[in-house]
Write a protein that binds this ligand. Structure first.
Ligand code: AOF
Ligand code: ZN
Length: 363
């Protein structure tokens, strides 16, 4: 069906904005008149024009009477820009095909209503699943104001994330690692436990061309982070935030503040950082998405506190063994199988030589 083809084009265009639009959505638009594509555009960067505006601006001929395909319902509010629905009415667009409704309470159906009231034919929900998946971050964040959390793990076929000596670089292959760097670019934040910082001294940046580094968040209830850690000394690359509790070492706290590091104090949750509270605080700071990159203790707490939305696991074709070799999720563990953390909509594909599993957590 042609409608579907154009909507797929709009979805592909929208994806070009990945990593640049947060906390706003990824949106693509295609304009078709008399069987020809006469305009296309996408939301390129936060604060810049919406997709529909860019598509109309790209058209070299009159768009009146045309059909506009857009992955998200056109907006109806005055934000950084005037309502796109008004622009479509002004430009005499005849038909609008929408991927999915905008869950933003300021819009939420009002955009479509406005178009229909002005005599524009509207078809809504074409490739809806794809359109919603594209904006899974936005859809959660705009309603809850809490970040969408992706838990990522790379392990051997026998579930180990390191050898007994602690060696972990690299278990997964090059393609998988590159995919992770793309994800670091796409998400607003990256979060690890302090043990990971102590052990690996990671950079937690997106090492691919033309990328945007995520804000680095370290969960560290007692402020054990070494002052010489890379993520504290390379603040020019990306911001680092430390989440701690009142168990924090006072002197360390003063030193970190002197270094210009932002420290968030949360209430304690069994002596640790309260992750639910942390998510609310980070959300209020505009962080719409977080890549959780371990370690095993933080992973378990994150699952227990139900902050994880999606899991991504790379399984490498290697066996490591060793009773004391670390696995991806440790902590206290659950005691009864009926309490296992359940994953829905699990899919599997190969990424290079690794098996890549992706699924969603029950909410
Ligand atoms: C975008 N880009 O292409 C579309 C959006 O912050 P504002 O004023 O630009 O408005 C943001 C809201 O506009 C956003 O939350 C969503 O509801 C709607 N649509 N936003 O940034 C776009 N179509
Ligand atoms: Zn708009």
């Amino acid at each position: 069906m042609l409608d579907e083809l154009y909507m797929r084009m709009a979805l592909d265009l929208a994806k070009k904005g990945k990593g640049w639009t947060a906390p706003n959505p990824l949106v693509g638009a295609v304009i078709v008149k008399a069987g020809r594509i006469i305009g296309q555009g996408y939301h390129e960067k936060y604060g810049q024009p919406h997709a529909e505006v860019n598509a109309i601006a790209s058209a070299k001929e009159d768009v009146s009477g045309a059909t506009l395909y857009v992955t998200l319902e056109p907006c109806s509010h005055f934000g950084k820009t005037p309502p796109c629905s008004d622009l479509l009415i002004d430009k005499k667009i005849k038909r609008v095909v929408v991927g999915t409704l905008d869950p933003n309470p300021l819009v939420a159906g009002k955009g479509i209503e406005r178009l229909r009231k002005n005599g524009i034919e509207v078809v809504s929900g074409l490739l809806e699943e794809e359109s919603q998946r594209l904006n899974e971050i936005f859809i959660k964040y705009i309603v809850t104001k809490e970040p969408f959390v992706v838990m990522k793990n790379a392990m051997s076929l026998d579930g180990k994330i390191a050898t007994v000596t602690g060696e972990s670089q690299w278990i997964s292959g090059e393609k998988a690692r590159k995919q992770v760097h793309c994800l670091r670019h796409e998400l607003s934040g990256i979060m690890v436990g302090v043990e990971t910082v102590i052990k690996d001294d990671p950079q937690l940046t997106a090492r691919i061309p033309n990328s945007n580094n995520p804000i680095r968040i370290v969960v560290d209830s007692q402020l054990r982070i070494p002052i010489a850690s890379t993520i504290l000394t390379d603040q020019d690359k990306a911001k680092t935030i430390i989440a701690t509790t009142k168990r924090a070492d006072r002197e360390k706290l003063a030193t970190l503040k002197q270094m210009g590091i932002e420290v968030i104090m949360t209430k304690e949750k069994s002596g640790r950082v309260n992750l639910r509270e942390l998510m609310r605080t980070l959300g209020a700071m505009g962080i719409d998405s977080i890549l959780l990159e371990g370690g095993a203790t933080l992973n378990f707490s994150a699952l227990e506190e139900n902050i994880v939305d999606k899991i991504q696991t790379y399984i490498a074709p290697k066996i490591i063994g060793g009773k004391n070799a670390k696995t991806a999720v440790e902590g206290a563990g659950i005691l009864s199988l009926k309490n296992a953390f359940q994953i829905n909509r699990l899919t599997a594909v190969m990424v290079g030589e690794d098996l890549f599993l992706e699924g969603y957590m029950d909410k």
